[in-house]
Design a protein around this ligand. Sequence first.
Ligand SMILES: [Zn+2]
Ligand SMILES: [Zn+2]
Ligand SMILES: [Zn+2]
Ligand SMILES: [Zn+2]
Length: 249
Amino acid sequence: MAGERRCLYCARKIAAEDRVAMCNLCYVGHHEECWLRNGRCSTFRCPGTPRLMAGAEYAYALAAALEMANSEPRACPLCGERAYAGRVYVRKTQSGENPIGTVLPFVVVRRVASAEGGVLRRLASKLARTRQWLLSGAQLHGRSCGNCRTLFLWGAPVDDVYLINALEQARDRFCVYCGVSMWTGEIRLTDARFWSESVPEFHREWLLHNLLDRFVYNRWQVRVKAIPASSCPQCRYTEVCGRPVYRFG
Ligand SMILES: [Zn+2]
Ligand SMILES: [Zn+2]
Ligand SMILES: [Zn+2]
Ligand SMILES: [Zn+2]
């Protein structure tokens, strides 16, 4: 599923022979000279530092970094109980286009500001307000506490601070594949469930612990209702806090 990635700073392709500076915090790729020109990571308010590598290594380094970030926390910092690795998904009710059966609805909240102002732009953003598209087969990787049900994305609890940060970062992004302006919106998590990858230990003392926890209690309701995100209107590439959740992520 590898695709050609683009530099967030200049929107040009990142080629295998390019020198790449990957941000150590949000993992966004830049050409090394673009990072130097910008003087910092291109993600809004990201204080990350550059990790230098060859363009050919970038896709692998990105995948490895995202996986690493999701390996924490093992124990919930809020209640001390075990946090499980897994995926957030919404089961698609109507079948059809989507063979995998899971989906994350992306709802456009506000059109990314375009260069032309005035009436047309206001009209466009009004029309855009109701737009939404489905990220078919998408599952958001993360962790969740088996006790308090807190969701963790890339190691951080999804709380008010996280959501405010996610909203700020969802603005003025460009698709790393198409180079076009992404739309600001949110991933709706109404009826979303967290699906634990391992068997939870909720009823260890029960005779049928293995069966029940494996097939019945291994998924639970996600408490957060929506996460601010940006999504590409062309390829549907979608990010939360500058990190990919759909396509190649
Ligand atoms: Zn560049
Ligand atoms: Zn960054
Ligand atoms: Zn907890
Ligand atoms: Zn795109």
